[in-house]
Design a protein. Structure first.
Length: 105
């Protein structure tokens, strides 16, 4: 779950729906339904909801078009976003284990 200045965003249910709770209107809106991802973390900015997946890596969900794009393949359990980029650590076994990544916006 994460929040911006106008909404609270969350993952709901075993089928991984992304929902928005409007702080100004009190309404729940499903942004993406049945993503079939093992979501462990979310964060976002004005354009995207970024999703950390245990077996999927990092995906970016466009808040307007609802298009989901894989931006990193791997094992990611948490991520963070700021004005400059998206950050995550790789939990995979092997040479990439422990690598910290930054995707510049």
């Amino acid at each position: 779950m994460w929040t911006d200045c106008t909404d609270t965003w969350a993952v709901r249910g075993p089928r991984a729906s992304i929902v928005r709770f409007g702080l100004s209107d009190g309404q729940f809106t499903t942004i993406a339904d049945d993503l079939s991802l093992s979501i462990y973390g979310t964060a976002g900015d004005a354009e995207y909801v970024y999703i950390a997946g245990a077996n999927e890596g990092v995906a970016a969900l466009d808040r307007q078009t609802k298009t989901l794009t894989l931006v990193h393949r791997g094992k990611v359990f948490a991520l963070a976003v700021d004005d400059d980029g998206v950050y995550w650590g790789e939990h995979d076994i092997g040479s990439s284990a422990g690598t910290i990544y930054m995707m510049v916006k």
